[in-house]
Design a protein around this ligand. Structure first.
Ligand SMILES: [Zn+2]
Length: 187
């Protein structure tokens, strides 16, 4: 007797490569639509199950900690995983410049919006010397008060060092200024 299940399994085993290639072609042809559909589905799913979801994905839950510990252990010994993770994070960094910057700024206790506002208010220049630089690697630095960690302003590299070396002490900086004025050889 003809057994459809056996026939299907056999057919699938014999034509595995063709079937996979076909579904891959299908996936790439309709990728946008498929992904949009999945996004919609996940959105609805999340709305319906958001309590369960947050429980499952909250950091610090036992299942999550376990999963993360396993991933860390695998990461430590798996060069392929390290390579993939690095590539992913690089890709994320370059395709999300604002988010990357916001994340970097978080350690300086400032949001990206506030940072941009400050920079605009300072005329895109250092708050001390007024040097205007477009080199984003060295400028501007977020200057925080050492005691309160509050943001005082944005400085260029030199001025950031200047006040840092003076121990953030206005008296020392005033003395330094007066020293320079008095001993200026020609004026
Ligand atoms: Zn400066």
């Amino acid at each position: 007797m003809f057994d459809r299940a056996t026939y299907n399994a056999q057919y699938h085993a014999e034509h595995k490569a063709t079937i996979n290639a076909r579904s891959l072609r299908y996936y790439h042809k309709y990728k946008k639509k498929l992904l949009a559909g999945r996004k919609d589905y996940m959105k609805k799913y999340y709305k319906k199950h958001c309590d369960k979801w947050s429980e499952r994905h909250r950091p610090g839950t036992a299942a999550n900690d376990e999963r993360n510990a396993q991933r860390r252990a695998r990461y430590a010994v798996d060069p392929q995983m390290q390579k993939t993770a690095r590539a992913q994070s690089r890709k994320w960094y370059w395709s999300n410049p604002d988010k990357a910057k916001a994340r970097m700024l978080r350690q300086y206790n400032i949001t990206l919006e506030r940072f941009n506002e400050l920079l605009k208010n300072q005329g895109n220049a250092c708050a001390i010397c007024g040097r205007n630089s477009t080199d984003k690697r060295v400028f501007p630095h977020v200057d925080n008060c050492r005691e309160t960690n509050a943001v005082r302003g944005l400085l260029c590299t030199n001025c950031n060092f200047l006040i840092g070396h003076a121990g953030d002490d206005p008296a020392i900086l005033r003395k330094a200024a007066s020293y320079l004025s008095k001993r200026r050889p020609h004026g």
